[in-house]
Design a protein. Sequence first.
Length: 233
Amino acid sequence: MAKKGKKLVEAAKKVDREQLYGAEEAIALAKETSTTKFDATVEVAFRLGIDTRKNDQQIRGAVVLPNGTGKTQKVLVFAKGEKAKEAEAAGADYVGEADFVQKIQQGWFDFDVVVATPDMMGEVGKLGRVLGPKGLMPNPKTGTVTFDVTKAVQDIKAGKVEYRADKAGIIHAPIGKVSFDNEKLIENFETIFETIQKAKPAAAKGTYMKSVNVTTTMGPAVKIDAANVVIKK
């Protein structure tokens, strides 16, 4: 069993593990108990009452956070002709065709998100076994397979977050950095919370949001009272 650091142990003492905190209080507490010297990521974890073995209960999508994530994403776009020019103009870090397929097959991964136009998916499909396990395969559900490459690239650069329920029905999503103002983190949290709420499958039975936790990189988890989250508009 891994030994917990002294700082983390001390930070954890400030959090009541049995208490459900309001979203604003939880986020403030997560920031307060951050133990890293670097600007840690603030992340939310949703444990959902869904059966991911069933196709009609799988949840996957993307949302643009109003205040970004604090991280600049490197975007690779597979496109040709005019669409390649559009991608470059929109700010894509890399744009190409078969040349990038070959680079990736040789072990190159200097990018965070992959976008592809539908006519390029034949080429990109060759990378399924490489990109799939890393969660990098373009997908229409997350808006990364599209002819509107300008919007796709701009959304990613603006703070687009992809989310996907794992086998246990848990979704992890970043909502910013510890250096963010509390108000910006709360606004980002409310955006992702509302998005996950609306994504509830019609076939899901019982309690949908079983638990919601906010945490920072290497920091203790703080439980949020999901039943009383109020979305301010």
